[in-house]
Ligand binder design. Structure first.
Ligand code: HEM
Length: 518
């Protein structure tokens, strides 16, 4: 594109965005503004500040208006921030007809242009993460454990003790998380892959055959499939963010020019359709007599599908659930790894806990549930390293219909009236709390702990995430010594819009240990 065209396009975009900020800003003029001016053109500067520095903008608003509301300019809209436990609790109780998270999500991912309308109009896939996982996670735990062990062996390739090896932390953990997540999501395919699976079981002692076969026997381990899931969530997020900038009438054109998410969707269908079709065939043939019915998300999606929803939407639902699962978990684990690498004394405490619990209860989901210090470490990590906040959409009058709402999670987590010495990372903060019970658990949410958000739309994947993350950390503290390759300090995270991003490039040194829990 010629420079002059770029200039015209930029100017047009600026005018459009300014127009939006101006008209929406007028409707919200009774709500105080933080981070810049409320005036149409000047508010755009505030929007840039929010994009680059939302940590400080939200903290400033929280300090000034705690217990009330304030608004911040974003690149495409205004967002109203709700603060204080009472208001957050109130927000939680408001029904979806008034404050709608689903509508906010549809708007956030620009569903009409990215994945199409039919999917979210019947979002039956989301509740399955709570209901089926609660029912089956104990039964599926050995699979998760097996995948964690195999994935680390493959990704780290450290067979000998005593030798330090540098590993790109985030890249490696994203691969591990992708495999573990998809072991649960798409598991062991039937038919053509089953003979290979059995052969691998027989040949387990032959390293060569094992390595040769393992890449083919599980779709969840298929590199292409993992790559696709990473690409899909990036394409979805980048695409949706670009489309959001345009006014409605330009969106169809922008979608045609800017979006690449449809390619990922087509590839997802190509990879999953053979397995889906085979399962539909077996279900048709065997009905209730199908004794070896697989137990994974793909099957739950098939079994729970309302009759008016076409089965062709199932592969896309698998991709759609991978999107919030992979980067959240891998980034949290990356941060956890940095903290362990810088503080080997944390590793020692966690190792001791894993050993004691495993000796008393074996290595089961129940044992993992008993790792209170691990819960505390993860919970503190997400208190200390948080930014993201809940998004919902108003349908009211004081906060006019169509307004986006969110909470300032990080400011709450750093409020000294709630947490003593909030600027200090204290991994045992929650496990040392007297009579804390369930509230000390990583998955427990409240108006004062918002890492998974709070209420009806709190992250439905957090129960799986908790087991997965605790299992991965247990594997790390049992099997490896870890230290940072460069400085012995946690690499600083960066803040982009409402997300906290850990250093994605840092290397961690790994050395295999010769210990086991038995
Ligand atoms: C440490 C890991 C994770 C973190 C920190 C996290 C955090 C969150 C947060 C903050 C939200 C609410 C977003 C908002 O209100 O704007 C959310 C929603 C969601 N998360 Fe997670 N999540 C994690 C892991 C997972 C996993 C492993 C899955 C799937 C197995 C998952 C599935 C979802 C889904 C489907 C939603 C949307 C809920 C809805 O539509 O009501 N998450 N997550």
């Amino acid at each position: 594109m010629e420079e002059i065209t770029v200039l015209y396009v930029s100017l047009a975009l600026l005018c459009i965005i300014t127009y939006f900020l101006k008209s929406e800003g007028r409707r919200l003029s009774h709500i105080p503004t933080v981070g810049g001016s409320s005036l149409p053109l000047l508010s755009f500067i505030g929007a840039f500040r929010t994009f680059l520095d939302s940590k400080d903008v939200l903290q400033e608003g929280y300090s000034r208006y705690k217990g009330g509301v304030f608004k911040i300019a974003e690149l495409h809209c205004w967002t109203v921030v709700v603060t204080g436990s009472e208001l957050v609790e109130e927000l939680r109780k408001v029904p979806d007809s008034i404050l709608s998270f689903p509508v906010a999500l549809q708007e956030f991912i620009q569903e009409e242009y990215t994945i199409g309308r039919e999917l979210m109009s019947s979002a039956y896939h989301t509740p399955l993460l709570i209901t089926r996982i609660a029912r089956y996670l104990t039964e599926l735990f050995p699979d998760i454990h097996d995948e964690v062990v195999t994935a680390f062996n493959d990704e780290l390739g450290l067979t000998r003790e005593g030798q330090w090896t540098p590993i790109p932390a985030n890249k490696m953990l994203t691969e591990v998380v992708c495999r573990v997540t998809n072991r649960l999501f798409v598991g062991v395919p039937l038919c053509i892959f089953l003979p290979l699976y059995l052969l691998r079981a027989i040949m387990l002692n032959s390293t060569f055959l094992h390595r040769l076969l393992h890449n083919f026997d599980l779709i969840g381990r298929n590199r292409d499939f993992c790559e696709l899931n990473k690409t899909f969530s990036n394409d979805l997020m980048v695409g949706a963010t670009s489309i959001r900038m345009f006014p409605e009438f330009l969106k169809p054109l922008a979608a045609r020019l800017l979006l690449s998410v449809s390619k990922s969707v087509a590839r997802g269908r190509e990879l999953l359709n053979p397995i889906l079709n085979e399962r539909l065939r077996l279900a048709n043939e065997s009905g209730d007599d199908w004794t070896n019915r697989p137990n994974d998300l793909l099957q739950w999606l098939i079994d729970a599908k309302p009759s008016d929803v076409p089965p062709t939407t199932v592969p896309l639902r698998v991709l759609l659930l991978n999107a919030p699962a992979i980067h959240t978990s891998s980034m949290t684990l990356t941060l956890a790894l940095y903290y362990l690498a810088v503080h080997p004394e944390y590793s020692e405490v966690l190792w001791e806990e894993v050993r004691t619990v495993a000796q008393a209860h074996g290595w089961t989901k129940d044992a993992v549930d008993r790792l209170d210090k691990m819960d505390s470490f993860l919970k503190e990590l997400m208190r200390f390293e948080s930014l993201s906040a809940h998004h919902t959409l108003s349908n009211g009058t004081f906060i006019p219909a169509g307004t986006r709402l969110m909470t300032a999670a990080r400011a709450v987590h750093y409020d000294e009236n709630i947490y003593a010495d909030p600027d200090v990372f204290n991994p045992w903060r929650f496990s040392n709390m007297q009579n804390a019970g369930e509230t000390a658990k990583f998955v427990h949410t409240s108006a004062e702990y918002l890492a998974f958000v709070h209420g009806r739309h709190a992250c439905p994947g957090r129960f799986f995430a908790s087991t997965e993350l605790k299992e991965v950390l247990s594997h790390l503290v049992v099997n490896y010594d870890m230290k940072m390759e460069k400085e012995a300090a946690v690499p600083p995270s960066s803040f982009v819009s409402h997300s906290l991003i850990p250093d994605l490039k840092a290397n961690v040194m790994f050395r295999r240990r010769g210990r086991n829990v038995g």
